[in-house]
Design a protein. Structure first.
Lengths: 302, 651
């Protein structure tokens, strides 16, 4: 229960910190870290405008997308604090419910009949399809090592800082999850949220026609998604003997660090060419397979 | 049942208007009789019955265990749903002779499938198998005035006979060894002899019906050619008869589980991926669905393969979950695939085209059919909250739970299966967002002659029933698992009850399903409140400053699949044919653009060899002059030849 509360609190600040970092890095003063939340609250109060071509799908999609993320958060644990609902194989549910949200966003973009949104939908479908295997192989390898299949138990049993190989694998895993987070949130190097040309957008172009309440929850869903993946990374760095306050401190530290890292990356890095994106995502699968071999080594199977 | 069968030809005497109703009536009667029988099997255990002293055949053993009963219920369900749908769909066809043949064949197919699953003796089994194939052939060529339909039908007919030859070969091999031709004998045969050769023979035979790659080539031709209710039955249950055959043979196996399990797993892995990869680039909506059937057969096969692998390494939990996942996926696929075929049928009936790129914006004219198709699309991608997720979850659960117990080779195989399932899931989302998004959403891409209308109630009711069943499955998944336990125990040498650790996740899944649906409703409720308060209005779609945008600039199915087609070029050979713009061309005129993909396996293994064979044989055509005197000359030459060899005493 504590985990979900922490996620919701952190989601209020995450994008604010990210934007502040970017502002400072580009020499501006930057807005208050609560500004993104204020923006969201303001959009909630605005009128909703639909395209003429849209249908019911366009209206329900944002709500379902948001729900899918909240439901996914329900199975994410916070180390020894179990998730709200935890069971064997819950990470399969985690991946699939997120996919359901994406499914709806893709068809809602196609619903507008706009060529740009079709393009974005197509890219989103392609990239999220390619990233799926990396996630499954990564968590699957951990499951193989621990013999457990729920998020909570996998992390609980796997994390052990006394073993050099484990530390190496944890770092590799953290890297993979950060990249998955970037892809799922359509950030650099796959996609640049600051681009102003529709032809080069992925996620931003899909929500071009959303407005009012729908846009508000879509924006908030994006912050939640960041923090949710951040929570997975946090779980990689907590050992069982740590006190609860230290755990919360690690949580805050890592979320803060992630926001700053993403901000810095976006300030100093350019987006990959669209053509190169699939290759980049395949690399993650290769890294995940490395984790698999590492685990096999640790179990003395090879 | 035989009494009802006698009445099937009576459809000839029924006025055209009521032929469909009559066929439905027969289907209902058959379903009641066989359904009651199946339920009694579930209640009282296996039923044996012997038809003694038949001419030529001797004693024929009939026996129904829970696997047969499961299939009987499955067949009845799909056939009844398709029959109800046909009431509406077949209304527009008026040709009485074609309809007579169609409905007779439909009922015959139903009976043949029902009997197939209880017969133990191979000779009547093959006769029924042949009746099933012929009846479905007649159903496929319903619109036989179209050339491609006839072609697809003949292709189907030929391939089904190759499939029969393999089953025959298998049973003759069995006959040669044991002197008997029944599944009993097969079990005895397997105890004494190597299990491999005969399994492969049967796998090829049954696998062809099921559509395992590379034996799948009939499927993408036959499914689009047939009328929608027939496609639904063929894809929903008829290809599952191949799976039934494989499952029967697997239940007879006595050894080599491990190796055969690997074989089935690898073939299924390829089948699943190949099916969905090809499904993405198709431009015919029913062809897409046909390829997606191949993908689902792959998932079912992966379940079976994992189950056998589990038996092979004596890991009965993996065995249980593998087979349970496979059986549940058979049921699930028999629900969402007919739903999608019904939807595609409605689209075809209203727009007279199956070409995805010519469609668009249909949800505005047929909102209910559109949403039903959407639900089918979500379910077939294996996404929660619908049933497809439950069976895939069981297979995932099997893979994960047993990961750390085996040796490296098992681990690598399990990783392969994991990778396959995850990739298939992602690709399915790509495929079905394309189909649903392009066909039902956006603007119409081509002007239609008639404005499409919502389907009539006969066609909508079965679809609602399916959606209801699908939601039911994901909510009461636990009970379903208990229900299929006796079926799974057929494959496992000793009776095991469901491990309690496998019920718990399913209960949580059901809980999460309910939470998800209620949460979504609440959020949508809040949204309605906000939009009411703040107002809502309609405006033009964002066009990036370009005001002359019309429906032609929309994304099409070809453009949607192009990005993927390029990635998977070695498998798809996606080709584009178009004229490039020249520099002097300031005002371009009408241009053409063609894109095509190739079923690479069909091309390499069937089309090209046949073409080469044809070319070779054509060289001998020179002797076929068509003149009688030449043929007389041949006879004379032969006589002279005969004279010479007898004269010099060679023979």
């Amino acid at each position: 229960m504590l985990g979900i509360v922490l996620i919701f609190i952190a989601s209020l600040f995450f994008v604010g910190i990210l934007n502040l970092t970017k502002s400072i890095a580009s020499g501006r003063k930057g807005a208050n870290i609560l500004q993104p939340i204020r923006d969201i609250l303001r959009t909630l109060k605005k009128e909703t405008i639909y395209g003429h071509t849209t249908s019911i799908v366009f209206k329900i999609a944002p709500s379902i997308y948001f729900t899918s993320i909240v439901t996914a958060i329900l199975v994410v644990p916070f180390h020894n604090q179990q998730a709200v609902i935890s069971f064997d194989g819950d990470f399969v549910f985690f991946a699939y419910i997120l996919a359901l949200g994406k499914f709806f966003m893709i068809i809602s973009a196609l619903d507008t009949g706009s060529p740009f949104e079709g393009m974005g939908a197509n890219r989103e479908a392609l990239y999220s399809m390619l990233v799926e295997p990396a996630f499954f192989i990564l968590i699957g390898s951990f499951a193989m090592f621990t013999g457990k299949t729920s998020f909570y138990q996998i992390f609980f049993d796997f994390i052990n800082f006394n073993n050099a190989t484990t530390i190496f694998l944890i770092l590799l895993a953290a890297y993979i999850i950060i990249q998955i987070m970037m892809i799922e949130n359509s950030r650099l190097p796959i996609d640049d949220p600051n681009t102003h040309l529709e032809l080069t957008m992925v996620h931003e172009v899909m929500i071009l026609d959303n407005s009012g309440f729908d846009l508000g929850i879509l924006l908030y869903a994006s912050s939640l998604k960041f923090v949710m993946f951040g929570m997975l990374i946090v779980n990689l760095f907590i050992e069982s003997q740590m006190s609860i306050w230290l755990q919360i401190a690690i949580f805050a530290g890592i979320q803060f660090g992630l926001a700053i890292t993403v901000g810095l990356l976006e300030s100093f890095r350019a987006r990959e060419r669209m053509k190169k994106n699939p290759n980049f995502i395949f690399t993650l699968t290769v890294l995940a397979i490395m984790v698999f071999f590492g685990v096999l080594l640790m179990m003395n199977k090879i | 049942m035989f009494v009802i069968a006698i009445f099937i030809p009576a459809v000839i005497f029924i006025p055209t208007k009521f032929k469909a109703n009559f066929s439905l009536l027969i289907a209902i009667l058959l379903a009641i009789v066989s359904g009651a029988f199946a339920i009694s099997v579930f209640n009282y255990g296996t039923i044996h019955y012997t038809l003694a002293e038949l001419p030529l055949l001797g004693n024929i053993e009939l026996s129904a265990d829970s696997l047969s009963a499961f299939f009987i219920l499955l067949i009845n369900m799909v056939v009844l749903l398709a029959s109800i749908y046909a009431q509406g769909y077949m209304k527009s066809y008026k040709e009485p002779i074609a309809l007579n043949i169609h409905f007779m064949a439909f009922n015959m197919l139903h009976i043949a499938m029902l009997l197939l699953v209880i017969i133990q003796h191979f000779v009547p089994f093959m006769i029924l198998w042949e009746i099933m194939s012929l009846a479905s052939f007649l159903l496929v060529i319903f619109e036989s005035e179209k050339e491609e339909v006839l072609k697809a039908g003949l292709n189907y007919l030929v391939q089904m006979h190759i499939c029969l030859i393999f089953i025959m070969l298998g049973s003759f091999m069995l006959m040669g060894e044991t002197g008997e031709m029944s599944f009993h004998a097969l079990r005895e045969y397997f105890t004494t002899t190597n299990n491999w050769p005969l399994f492969i023979v049967f796998f090829v035979g049954f696998g062809m019906k099921a559509g395992f790659v590379p034996l799948h080539t009939w499927l993408p031709h036959a499914h689009p050619a047939a009328p929608a209710p027939v496609s639904a039955v063929m894809s929903g249950v008829m290809i599952k008869m191949g799976i039934y055959g494989i499952l029967r043979v697997v239940s007879c196996l006595q050894s080599s589980y491990y190796e055969i399990g690997i074989f089935v797993l690898v073939i299924s892995f390829i089948t699943g991926l190949y099916g969905i990869i090809n499904a993405i680039v198709q431009s015919d909506i029913k062809k897409t669905l046909a390829f997606s059937s191949i993908e689902n057969i792959g998932i079912i096969g992966m379940g079976i393969g994992l189950g056998m692998l589990g038996l092979g390494v004596q890991n009965y939990s993996l065995g249980f979950l593998g087979f349970a996942g496979a059986i549940l996926h058979i049921l699930n696929h028999a629900l969402f695939k007919p739903l999608l075929f019904f939807g595609a049928g409605t689209v075809y009936q209203q727009t007279h085209t199956k070409h995805i790129d010519s469609l668009g914006g249909l949800i505005k004219y047929m909102p209910i059919s559109g949403l039903l198709f959407l639900i089918g699309a979500i379910a077939i991608c294996g996404l929660p909250p619908f049933n497809g997720f439950v069976s895939e979850f069981l297979i995932y659960d099997g893979i994960m739970g047993e990961f750390n117990k085996g040796n490296v080779s098992v681990d690598v195989l399990l990783l392969l299966a994991l990778l396959g399932l995850a990739l298939i899931g992602g690709l399915a989302i790509f495929c079905f967002t394309k189909v649903f998004g392009i066909v039902f959403l956006g603007n119409a891409r081509k002007e239609l002659k008639h404005q499409p209308q919502e389907a009539d109630n006969w066609m909508l009711v079965p679809q609602f029933m399916i959606v209801f069943l699908m939601l039911g499955i994901s909510v009461v998944a636990t009970y379903l698992l208990i229900f299929i336990t006796p079926i799974v125990n057929i494959f496992i040498p000793f009776t095991i009850s469901i491990p309690i650790s496998n019920i718990l996740p399913l209960q949580n899944l059901s809980l999460l399903t309910i939470i998800f649906i209620s949460l979504a409703t609440v959020i949508y409720g809040i949204r309605t409140f906000f939009t009411r308060k703040n107002g809502e209005s309609y405006g033009p779609t964002w066009g990036c400053g370009y005001l002359a945008a019309d429906s032609k600039v929309q994304y099409t199915a070809s453009s949607y699949s192009e990005s993927f087609g390029k990635l998977a070029y070695p498998l798809l050979r996606l080709k584009f044919r178009f004229k490039k713009f020249t520099e002097t061309e300031i005002f371009p005129k009408t241009r053409e653009f063609h894109s095509s993909s190739k079923d690479i396996l069909e091309y390499t293994f069937i089309s090209r060899p046949l073409w080469q064979l044809n070319k070779f044989i054509k060289r001998f055509a020179i002797v076929q002059s068509g003149n009688t005197q030449t043929y007389v000359l041949y006879a004379f030459v032969f006589l002279v030849f005969l004279f010479i060899i007898t004269f010099i005493d060679i023979l």
